[in-house]
Design a protein around this ligand. Structure first.
Ligand SMILES: *Cc1c(COP(=O)(O)O)cnc(C)c1O
Length: 453
């Protein structure tokens, strides 16, 4: 029989609902708290910053299915369904009896899964009469997705990009500008927050925390302007469940069901996106699937962090969130997987990990690039440095199958391609990349500083 390589859904079979796992969780995530009053947040508390529908989705613990607006589905059709691919090349390279599948989110117009939520967020903003959206971006993946989504729905986008990456990663800036966004290096003179910092230190190279402060300040002081986020929050992960819902149908076409599902982990949106639709069968029918989050060893909030209330951002502007964290004061090493350099995990994933419904593994930088290069040679796709972590974890599981002779079915999410990250591959190929060791004392020191939050 001829071997089938890729599975697609017909346009009319693209899912019409996102899946909200909060509704099915036995232990719901604890509520986000107002940092001043320590009172649980209500959706209205978020309205000044986020679109109202997104604020409601964020705290919705009752509706398991939320309809995808037709206008968003129309835009999903530009690149969805994304292919579910059987990784024959990788299986052969590893000599494993495991069946390895990956969901290829790198085929979106901007090259990663982030567009799945950017389109939804821009749509709700437009619908509510918002004219401008703003955000911050480090490496530029979220900024690129938002810039395109804003253009699609006729919004103006202002993106604050951390100055050092604005200068060192010019191509993502060009992508944002190609889609018509206004990109400002942060810190900038356009906000009070930026001005204050530049007055004190004119050569400051910027940080995500400062860029967030600038974006939030702009949203607060500009009429009809909302702030948007590309990860961590529950509504972002909700939108990403389109990945797993498609994969569920496509695995059925392949006649298999995954034993292990893997995603790389920054704030949890692509991991939750691929896992949650399958996890509902674990919660409701007791299916024994393993869910593995692959995080960088240099930013190990799931494997070595602490579950507690903490701020979602460096500056301490967000509500307090119950999550696995290394402390919002944690400064991750400058690894190339920029999208995974985040101190905490989303509240849903944090609760699931606490309850033992999922596991986590940490991957060293060099191991991630070893895996990425093996995958590139075997499957012809150069993966994003973030995605390399999921690939490394999948390879470890496939090797374990080789040892035990088990024919397990492994599914992982390829969250993006690495074609705009070739500078990182250059350094790897030149032998200039290193691993970063984190001492227990250093982690503890950070956690001690936030223990009274
Ligand atoms: C942003 C990003 C990630 C990490 O974010 P999550 O919310 O954890 O998914 C992973 N991969 C790619 C390609 C990204 O752009």
């Amino acid at each position: 029989m001829e071997k089938k390589k890729r599975y697609f859904l017909a346009e009319e079979d693209i899912p019409r609902y996102w899946y909200n796992i909060q509704a099915d969780m036995v232990n719901k995530p604890m509520p986000p708290l107002n940092p001043a009053t320590k009172q649980p947040l209500k959706p209205e508390d978020l309205y000044p910053i986020f679109a109202e529908e997104l604020s409601r989705q964020e705290l919705n613990q009752t509706d398991a299915w939320i309809e995808i607006p037709e206008e968003v589905r129309e835009m999903y059709k530009y690149y969805r369904s994304t292919p579910l691919v059987r990784a024959y090349g990788l299986e052969k390279a590893l000599g494993t009896p495991a069946h390895i599948y990956f969901k290829n989110e790198s085929v979106s117009p901007i090259g990663s899964h982030k567009l799945n939520s950017a389109l939804a967020q821009a749509y709700y903003c437009k619908k509510e009469g918002v004219t401008n959206v703003t955000t911050e971006t480090g490496a530029g993946q979220w900024g690129a997705a938002l810039s395109y989504a804003a253009k699609v729905f006729g919004l103006e986008a202002a993106v604050y990009q951390v100055k050092i990456s604005y200068e060192q990663k010019p191509y993502r800036r060009s992508i944002m500008q190609t889609f018509g966004a206004q990109v400002t290096a942060s810190p900038s003179m356009s906000t009070r927050a930026g001005k204050d910092i530049l007055t004190k230190n004119p050569n400051y190279q910027g940080s995500l925390g400062t860029a967030i402060s600038e974006a939030i300040e702009l949203a607060r002081t500009t009429p009809n302007c909302k702030y948007t986020l590309g990860s961590v929050l529950s509504h972002v992960t909700l939108h990403q469940t389109i990945i797993g819902l498609e994969a569920e149908k496509q695995m059925e076409m392949a006649g298999e069901y995954p034993d292990i599902i893997i995603g790389c982990f920054g704030g949890g949106s692509n991991f939750g996106g691929i896992c949650f639709p399958f996890m509902r069968h674990s919660i409701k029918e007791g299916k024994k699937t393993r869910y593995i989050a692959a995080e960088p060893a240099s930013c190990p909030k799931l494997t070595r962090g602490h579950f507690q209330y903490d701020f979602g951002d460096e500056a301490g502007y967000t509500p307090l969130l119950p999550m696995f964290t290394l402390g919002h004061n944690f400064a991750p090493a400058n690894i190339h997987a920029g999208g995974l350099r985040y101190h905490g995990a989303g509240v849903i994933v944090s609760q699931l990990l606490k309850d033992g419904l999922m596991e986590a593994t940490d991957i060293q930088q060099l191991e991630s690039f070893d895996a990425g290069c093996l995958f590139a040679k075997a499957e012809g796709i150069i993966p994003a440095p973030e995605s390399c972590h999921a690939i490394a974890a999948a390879i470890n599981e496939a090797k374990a199958c080789k040892e035990s002779g088990e024919e397990k079915v492994i599914l992982f999410n390829l969250s993006g391609h690495g074609l705009i990250d070739m500078a990182a591959y250059d350094q790897y190929l030149a032998g200039n990349l290193t691993n970063y060791e984190l001492k227990d004392e250093d982690i503890q020191h950070n956690l001690d500083e936030i223990k009274d939050l």
